[in-house]
Design a protein around this ligand. Structure first.
Ligand SMILES: NC(=O)c1ccc[n+]([C@@H]2O[C@H](COP(=O)([O-])OP(=O)(O)OC[C@H]3O[C@@H](n4cnc5c(N)ncnc54)[C@H](O)[C@@H]3O)[C@@H](O)[C@H]2O)c1
Length: 487
């Protein structure tokens, strides 16, 4: 079990931190005076578990506990890390951070989720202010990897490194801000966009939905993998960034945007935005919108993982670390009957026009399950030993939909020195529903001689051991089936 963390504030962001830390294996103690704090945290944790079930098959550590406590001191005494996510009011944050610094150990890092307050001011009343850093996350904290790390004048450089390392171990992407500045990097960019969005609605150039569409059908898709600089380098064509700057530089002087002018949030403008926003939501609840957002984010991050790029590269790195930390979890015992060696998540690109996984994907999952079996029995491809599938009979019994978790159970029906006869059953993990079965006959091939040959004795010994424990299993109902004739 990883060390315990103390959280101050359990709203949108504090709840997200509680979920990210608990899923990362940390016990969490959280202080928030609101009577509904525990409910907020439970809701965030449920969303986060659901998202992570879809996001990764890597062996996450055992989930930590989350305890809502009655005082700030109870939350931070004896913990290894403190994260404050109270309302964005400087005097409140200063007093909470000072109290936390008195109650937590002297070298425990105390971080603040502030979106824009200056760290030098936030650390002013703290004991040992050198261990203070801003750790500015993005909503939903349990899914988005970015966290901006920024120190104040009295922050020790080692604090920034330690905080960044802790966030990295949670699967996040810390971005250390080089110089203390209001609102750091991301929110300065977001605020420029947000101010302009409000003007476009206030001036009746676009509705709230049209502004959102202008982002999500265009630049927003690009932003998941490329920020403005890489985007414009490509837009500059073969001559790259220099050409882009020379071509579009003069346009920057045109008064396209309202810069720091702020639209007055009159009652009229507020009513207009709220009414348009309600219409845009189309009756969907906050809960539904959160899950829609999370599902889309999971799909995007998984898509990026295929390219080992952007947030997908962060996920891939996190998964490698999780697998390295839990090598034993992958090994199943020989006497497990049937064997459960392979799991998968239905990737969005597997889905066909009927809304469920394309039939070829079932064979892919069963093929992967066979590979897992062969790895399990110790097949050594480098020694020229392999099994080739010579026949498969597949039965489709249910539908697998996007991002559902699947697992395959495998029963050995028979074997001799050259043949391996297996029966796989594909289950939906959440409710154990049987979705498909596949019966396969495999032949052992000596790949150096390129012909069927007896398997090496050590392989046969392992297979025989599994066969003995599977002998007691009933023969699957669908084993030995052929396609029923229509006549
Ligand atoms: N919402 C975002 O998108 C976002 C993103 C990044 C960072 N932040 C920052 O995170 C912080 C929290 O924002 P939020 O959106 O979660 O706000 P929120 O209003 O959802 O949550 C704030 C929580 O703090 C609690 N609180 C109030 N007084 C407290 C006290 N004395 N001690 C402990 N807890 C107290 C409240 O009960 C509430 O649950 C802010 O600094 C904000 O700038 C917000």
């Amino acid at each position: 079990m990883a060390d315990a963390v103390g959280l101050i504030g359990g709203g949108v962001i504090g709840g997200g931190w509680a979920a990210r830390f608990a899923i990362g294996g940390h016990d969490v103690r959280l202080y928030d005076p609101a009577p509904d704090a525990a409910a907020t945290v439970v809701a965030a944790l449920e969303n986060a578990r659901r998202a992570h079930r879809r996001l990764t098959l890597a062996p996450l550590p055992a989930e930590g506990s989350v305890t809502v406590v009655g005082t700030l001191e109870e939350a931070v005494e004896g913990v290894a890390f403190v994260q404050e996510s109270a309302p964005e009011r400087e005097e409140l944050k200063r007093s909470l951070l000072a109290a936390a610094s008195r109650a937590a150990g002297p070298d425990v890092i105390v971080a603040s989720s502030t979106s824009g307050l200056l760290p030098t001011r936030l650390q002013a009343d703290m004991e040992h202010p050198e261990r203070f850093a801003v750790g500015h996350p993005f909503n939903p904290v349990y899914l988005l990897p970015l966290v901006e790390v920024c120190g104040g004048e009295r922050t020790a450089p080692a604090t920034l490194e330690r905080a960044a390392e802790r966030y990295r171990r949670l699967g996040m992407r810390p971005l250390v801000v080089r110089r203390e500045v209001d609102a750091f990097v991301a929110d300065r960019l977001l605020e420029a966009l947000w101010r302009e969005a409000l003007w476009l609605v206030a001036d009746d150039v676009a509705t709230v939905e049209e502004v959102d569409d202008a982002i999500r059908f265009g630049a927003g898709l690009r932003w998941a993998c490329m920020g403005p600089f890489l985007t414009y380098r490509i837009a500059g064509g073969p001559a790259g960034m220099r050409h882009f700057l020379e071509q579009f530089g003069p346009a920057l002087a045109l008064p396209w945007t309202r810069l720091t002018e702020v639209p007055e949030l009159t009652d009229e403008l507020l009513d207009k935005i709220v009414a348009q926003s309600d219409a845009q939501a189309g009756g969907r609840s906050l809960h539904e919108l959160e899950r829609l957002r999370d599902d889309c984010l999971v799909s995007i991050i998984q898509g990026l993982r295929v390219h080992d790029f952007g947030a997908g590269a962060v996920l891939a790195g996190y998964e490698r670390a999780l697998f390295a930390a839990a090598p034993a979890a992958a090994a199943a015992a020989d006497d497990e009957a049937p064997l459960r060696l392979h799991s998968a998540v239905v990737a969005p690109e597997w889905i066909d026009y009927n809304g469920h996984a394309h039939e070829s994907r079932y064979l892919q999952v069963f093929g992967d399950a066979t590979d897992a079996l062969l790895r399990h029995v110790g097949l050594d491809l480098d020694a020229g030993s392999s099994y080739f599938t010579v026949e498969t009979h597949l039965s489709h019994l249910g539908q697998a939909r996007a991002e559902e978790r699947l697992h395959v159970t495998t029963q050995l029906l028979g074997h001799d020195e050259k043949r391996l006869h297996v029966f796989h059953a594909l289950h939906r993990t959440d409710d154990e529903a049987l979705l498909a079965t596949a019966e396969q006959m495999l032949l052992h091939v000596n790949t150096r001689a390129d012909r069927v040959a007896p398997a090496p004795p050590e392989l046969l010994e392992r297979i025989a051991r599994i066969a003995r424990s599977h002998a007691a299993l009933p023969r699957p109902e669908r084993a030995g089936r052929a396609i029923g004739s229509a006549r």
